[in-house]
Design a protein around this ligand. Sequence first.
Ligand SMILES: Cc1ncc(COP(=O)(O)O)c(C=O)c1O
Length: 443
Amino acid sequence: MNTKESNMRSLNWPFLSGREIYIERADGIYLHTKDGQAIIDAAGGAIVVNVGHGRERIADAVAAATRDYSYVVPPWMTPSREAMLTALSDWLPESLTRVHCTSGGTEANEAAMKIALHYQQAIGDTDRTRIIGRSIGYHGTTLATASISGHPGRKKGLEKALPAFPVVDTPYPLRCPLGSHHSDCGSYYADLLRDVIESEGPETIAGYLAEPITGSSGGAIVPPEDYWPRVRSICDEYGILLIMDEVMTGFGRTGLDFGFQHWDFEPDILISGKGLAGGYAPLGGVFAREAIGSAIENAGYQVMFNTFGAHPAACAAAAEVLNILREEDLVNTSRDQGAYFHNALNDAFAGHPNVAEVRGRGLFAAIEVVANTESLEKFPVDAAVSGKIVVNGLKNGVFFYGGGTGEIRDIICMGPPLTITEDEIDVVVSTLRKSVDEVIAAQ
Ligand SMILES: Cc1ncc(COP(=O)(O)O)c(C=O)c1O
């Protein structure tokens, strides 16, 4: 899109040319384009808008913070930061007492990695300088967070420059080498983590960074029941910090407060973003155990703030978002409407020759489209099937979130506002079926 219409110099937006869509207004689950089309936002933007669009109350809180104290350096308290912390105290596990806020998920992941490294130095484990990442996953755009991401598509052209991290396979039950959804799948993947730790040298590993339910890179991949408890005990055995990236899965998205709560364990560090301020302002959060914060403090290390971390207006938005989620019981809604959503998706794609699986939890769902559901053979990359489904969905009035990593494909993700009704879910599901079928028919 460029600015030719006015007499301004023409500037290119976005940086790289792409689809030109102009959204003028949004309310509830709808995006309204400049030319009058209403689009259902089944992706909640980038799986962000948990409380829906157009909440006056949040806009008012952001305006008040902006008017009353505009900018205040991050470590100082403001009424909006106090309100956010009060709200957060009802969400975070008891064990996570230290709070550091950034301006987004990437910065929060970067900060969490540094906090893990600092902690190991502070307690005298000075050789623990590496963090294990995963084969499928996404943690951000900086050199370090892109490097540790299991997302080849987003590393293209940078491979030679990115620092290396140890990598373990992401649990992927559909494609488990023991057999699809094999009963030993959880222990298989947990053992792979042990193997990587052993082969890299346990004394060199500071942490393991992972999403509890793999986000758009894998398409809402839920690990087997015993995976996380096994991983937790492996991390404890080797003195490795377990760092959960809940940027996409946090604050009700999966039908519980946090994604990790689908299993019986707790992380050492929790990372959030996206749904924390519901898309009304840029904000990320890092929440750590008390012992981690106090060790870093005692060692005299810095946890440096980003200038715009914990921005007062963003904290005001977060406080309102978190309160709305509680007042309207939207986490339980995500669980219940999520069950309806998954049933509807499973019905719509039962026996479909090109949909290998519907997966996810709560109002976070994805389908994996394949050339053959028996062999799980994929469509060629060049066919760009998921991209075409997203384009087709938009034409049919619904925004779906294309996922995958280039190697992992063809993934379509959905994460609508948690306020979505059953009738609206029916429209999303029937539109997805239609959009998939039209694209497949043209292959
Ligand atoms: C799991 C996860 N971590 C980190 C990020 C990066 O967050 P941001 O885009 O806010 O920097 C994302 C963004 O999609 C994400 O899904």
